[in-house]
Structures are given as structure tokens and as C-alpha cells.
Design a protein around this ligand. Structure first.
Ligand code: TYC
Length: 108
């Protein structure tokens, strides 16, 4: 017997809150990695064009990666995070620099 249904008109019946939590999409943290070669200005342009950061936010994230080795760009769905990382890699390769981003699942 089902505890409740989210939408009584739907065929989908959820047994309990745990099941609802399992259906929530996973979210991913995108990390920007420092390197010795990529120009700082190029990193800021990438953050603005790929991740829609303002110039000020871009400079802040770039500076954090530059000084600490790594910085969080943001938290996104799998699709947005993986597409953005692909774009960063493509633009960096075309520009001839080793800039890299990675993603990790956010624990909830
Ligand atoms: N460290 C680079 C330099 O000195 C700049 C840089 C910053 C590169 C952040 C990557 O994620 C990065 N030109």
C-alpha cells in the first residue's frame, strides 16, 4: 500500500520521502585548476563566456585558483557542468593553453 501520491492523476506513486530524495537530480561542483601558463585575462574571459560570470566574479574566481591551486566555479546539473567543461577544454586547446576544469558530485 502506498503512503501517498504526489499527483493523484499520475500513475507514479512514491512510497516515502527517501524515494523522493533518490529522484532528485544530482548536482555537480565545477572546479577550476591553476596552471603556470594560461594568461589570467584568458581565464577571466572563459569564466565570463562559458559560465556567465561578471568580470568582477571572474577575476575573484581566477585569483582564488591562481593563489590556492583550485577554485569552485559553481554548482550545476550534470548536463550543464559537463558541457561547460567540454567548452573550456575546446577553447583552451584552440588557444594553446593547458587550462582545465573538473567536476565532482555534490554530497547532499
Ligand atoms: N597561474 C596563471 C598565470 O600565472 C593564471 C591562472 C589562474 C591559470 C587561474 C589558471 O585557473 C587558473 N598566468
Amino acid at each position: 500500500m502506498k503512503d501517498f501520491e504526489i499527483n493523484p492523476d499520475s500513475d507514479i506513486a512514491l512510497e516515502d520521502e527517501e524515494e523522493i530524495a533518490l529522484k532528485r537530480p544530482s548536482m555537480y561542483r565545477v572546479l577550476l585548476h591553476n596552471d603556470a601558463y594560461t594568461p589570467r585575462e584568458f581565464v577571466v574571459i572563459i569564466l565570463q563566456s562559458v559560465f556567465h560570470k561578471s568580470e568582477e566574479e571572474g577575476k575573484k574566481i581566477m585569483t582564488e585558483a591562481h593563489t590556492k591551486g583550485m577554485a569552485t566555479v559553481g554548482i550545476y546539473t550534470h548536463e550543464i557542468a559537463s558541457t561547460s567543461i567540454y567548452l573550456v577544454e575546446k577553447m583552451a586547446d584552440e588557444y594553446g593553453c593547458p587550462l582545465r576544469c573538473t567536476m565532482e558530485e555534490v554530497e547532499i
